[in-house]
Design a protein around this ligand. Structure first.
Ligand SMILES: CC(C)(COP(=O)(O)OP(=O)(O)OC[C@H]1O[C@@H](n2cnc3c(N)ncnc32)[C@H](O)[C@@H]1OP(=O)(O)O)[C@@H](O)C(=O)NCCC(=O)NCCS
Length: 189
């Protein structure tokens, strides 16, 4: 079942983010604080864009999510005002790569945002992959983005995440940019 995000799903978002990090392999071994990864990459979407957050759930609980931002530039501006300051106090600068992201978050390339203003993240726990839920979550978000007037959506995926790359291509995303670390996919809406 796919349904809109509710505030009591927040702990599940943190958990899923941790267990699907690192291109789906799970990142729990990388972090002493199990909430750090989700605090950077999942919770801000639920806080700032709850209307663009959806979860999949079954008898065992929440199994996945899709999170979106309508206007990436405006979202990054809001993060700078409303999310990162408290996160920086909670996680003082260290050599951890996620803490460094919180202290110096990169801005998305304006040329990419111009073509595809919205962006998304989709993650499913391993037990529910391959059942059509990832595609259904993305479709749900694309519809919500269209309802909110989005012109297009982009996302990033690391080169080693070959399953996700095949998945996005299958859904109709096309590769629009590339760095040594990751591919950018886009879709006009
Ligand atoms: C990426 C992810 C969300 C995809 O979800 P999924 O449940 O594995 O994929 P689905 O079963 O929903 O697949 C949807 C469709 O894509 C197709 N598909 C999935 N993976 C594919 C692949 N690698 N190549 C080609 N087609 C693929 C499916 O056959 C299905 O096709 P259909 O709708 O025509 O039957 C999920 O595997 C996941 O969360 N992985 C770990 C975290 C991750 O990597 N997230 C993305 C980070 S960028």
């Amino acid at each position: 079942m796919i349904r809109p995000y509710r505030p009591d799903d927040l702990d599940a978002l943190y958990e899923i983010c941790l267990h699907t990090g690192n291109g789906g392999r799970g990142a729990a071994h990388e972090f002493d604080d199990p909430r750090l990864l989700g605090h950077a990459f999942a919770a801000p979407y639920a806080a700032l864009h709850p209307e663009l957050a959806f979860v999949s759930a079954d008898g065992e609980g929440v199994s996945g999510y899709v999170l979106g931002a309508l206007d990436t530039t405006a979202f990054e501006d809001r993060l700078e005002r409303e999310w990162w300051p408290a996160a920086r106090e909670r996680y003082p600068l260290s050599d951890n790569r996620v803490v460094q992201h919180i202290h110096s978050p990169p801005r998305t390339d304006p040329a990419l945002v111009e073509r595809f203003p919205s962006h998304l993240h989709v993650n499913l726990l391993a037990r529910t992959r391959g059942l059509g839920l990832g595609g259904a979550l993305v479709d749900t978000l694309l519809e919500a983005l269209q309802d909110h007037g989005s012109r297009g959506v982009h996302l990033f995926v690391r080169h080693h995440n070959v399953h996700a790359i095949g998945f996005y291509r299958h859904l109709g995303f096309t590769e629009v940019d590339e760095t040594p670390e990751k591919l950018a996919f886009g879709m006009p809406l």
